[in-house]
Write a protein that binds this ligand. Structure first.
Ligand SMILES: Nc1ncnc2c1ncn2[C@@H]1O[C@H](COP(=O)(O)OP(=O)(O)OP(=O)(O)O)[C@@H](O)[C@H]1O
Ligand SMILES: [Mg+2]
Length: 265
């Protein structure tokens, strides 16, 4: 018989920057889940906030296949905004709603180790190592871990980036969900789910169908890392979902089995 890791009941939620701040019901839902005794890990994006601050600071930015080309100056802003502003605003909002949360980045406690993906992309890391201990400690102490998608560099190379790499939030969520054998991995984004060529929602995809979809080019931009993350999580995570985070109480509805969206399983 195939030996599968025992289900942990943990839910990993990726909060898309595209839906962050448009309403606060997701944070209310996180607090509600905590009151119900569900263990939840949050991984957030924030690409649009980073772009806004890069603009304010006069640092130009560009994307290749949904990933930001990150030079040393850009990386400093990415770290300040993701691990600073975005992360702390989320934690403060959860606490203000009566929840208990601790913010950390993938750097803290050695949570995420990554290697440079492609020299042309600059300080963008591909996650090669996950140490779930910091998350287990935070969950065990009764807090929701809120993770900013950054990593330490492997092999260590100080360069002018101080051993830090920028990682994609979707990939970070997928790798964390896989390492922790999460019950469910949920991507909250700004579309109903994955659309086919006719623009219709695809309710369910097998991993093989998801791969075919990626190769076909029907999924592009920010949807690519989400599908890839679902694929790498699929062997250990019971259920992976892409749902519309713009809808009020999408997260609670999802946990209660009342959301439309795309399942990759
Ligand atoms: N086949 C597809 N079906 C649905 N959306 C798609 C598809 N192909 C590309 N997309 C795009 O993917 C986007 C979602 O990814 P995006 O990276 O923009 O959001 P996010 O990950 O939720 O936010 P952030 O990256 O800021 O954290 C959609 O808004 C849509 O434009
Ligand atoms: Mg994205």
């Amino acid at each position: 018989m195939e030996s599968r890791k025992a289900p942990t009941g943990i839910i990993v939620v990726k909060l898309g920057g595209s839906t962050l701040g448009s309403h606060d019901t997701t944070l209310t839902d996180l607090v509600e889940l905590q009151k119900r005794g569900r263990l939840t890990i949050v991984v957030h994006g924030g690409a649009n906030v980073v772009t806004d601050w890069l603009g304010r600071l006069g640092v130009s930015t560009r994307f290749v296949n949904g990933l930001r080309v990150t030079d040393a100056e850009t990386l400093k802003v990415v770290v300040a905004i993701l691990a600073g502003l975005v992360n702390k605003e989320l934690v403060a909002a959860i606490e203000s709603l009566g929840g208990r949360a601790i913010g950390l980045s993938g750097i803290d406690g050695g949570l995420l180790g990554a290697s440079i993906k492609d020299a042309q992309m600059g300080y963008v890391g591909e996650v090669v190592k996950v140490n779930p201990e910091p998350l287990q400690a935070i969950l065990g102490a009764g807090f929701i871990p809120v993770v900013a998608p950054l990593s330490f560099q492997l092999p260590p190379d100080p360069g002018d980036n101080g051993f830090i790499l920028n990682v994609n939030g979707d990939t970070a969520a997928g790798r964390i969900a896989a390492a922790i054998a999460a019950e469910e991995l949920i991507f909250l984004t700004d579309v109903t789910g994955i659309y086919n060529t006719s623009g219709e929602l695809i309710p369910q995809l097998s991993p093989q169908e998801a791969k075919t979809l990626l190769d076909s080019g029907v999924a592009s931009g920010g949807m690519i890392p989400k599908i890839e993350a679902c694929l790498l999580a699929a062997p250990t995570v019971h259920k992976t979902r892409i749902i519309d985070g713009r809808l009020p109480h999408a997260l609670i509805k999802e946990v209660d089995g009342k959301m439309a969206g795309t399942t990759i399983a």
